[in-house]
Design a protein around this ligand. Structure first.
Ligand code: AR6
Length: 175
């Protein structure tokens, strides 16, 4: 699909309306993408996350859900924080929860008026999701959403060539 862009890069550098953060339920930052976003974006993001925790999600953001903040010093306007499933804990709900991260983040982006959204490979780092399985689910969820929203486009931003190749090969085989 020509409205899906597949690239290598650092998601914090993406100059799009919204980037998606592979956060954890605390919304207080962490390693990987989450660490990079908070480090580069600055304290404004954490301040907003703290307010969201206080007012909307005192027990933390559930897996598969998302919230949005502004993007501080980042080039994007918004950060959509979503919590991917932890692969060895999500049991039979893994695929559904991972798909939900993509679909709900895109719905939120649409509500914010964003036409271009950049995703990292949610759950495929610290959360241990097999990269080929995650690729299939991510692509399927995004493609399905974009079919109903022909003014939107999505970038998948991979950290290295190998991760991008796994994604591209999985898509070629299964789609
Ligand atoms: N740009 C693009 N992709 C990246 C970047 C970057 N700057 N940095 C890492 N990746 P992860 P998860 C890739 O671990 O598995 C955090 O501590 C990385 O190579 O960031 O959803 C959170 O606070 C991998 O393929 O997210 C949570 O506790 C992918 O992004 C937990 O990690 C996702 O890796 C979430 O784990």
């Amino acid at each position: 699909m020509d409205r899906i862009i597949i690239k290598i890069g650092d998601i914090t550098k993406e100059n799009v309306c919204a980037i998606v953060n592979a956060a954890n339920c605390s919304l207080m930052g962490g390693g990987g993408v989450d660490g990079a976003i908070h480090r580069t974006g600055g304290s404004e993001i954490l301040q907003e996350c703290k307010k969201i925790r206080e007012h909307e999600y005192p027990d933390g953001l559930p897996t598969g859900e998302c919230v949005s903040t502004r993007a501080g010093n980042l080039a994007s306007m918004y950060v959509i924080h979503t919590v991917g499933p932890i692969y060895h804990q999500c049991g039979e709900h893994c695929d559904e929860l991972l798909a939900s991260c993509y679909t709900k983040s895109l719905k939120m982006a649409d509500t914010l008026g964003c036409k271009h959204v950049a995703f990292p490979a949610i759950s495929t780092g610290i959360y241990g999701y097999p990269k080929d399985k995650a690729a299939h689910i991510a692509y399927e969820a995004v493609k399905h959403f974009l079919e109903g929203h022909d003014d939107m486009e999505v970038s998948f931003v991979f950290h290295n060539n190998e991760d991008k190749a796994i994604f591209v090969n999985t898509i070629k085989e299964k789609h």
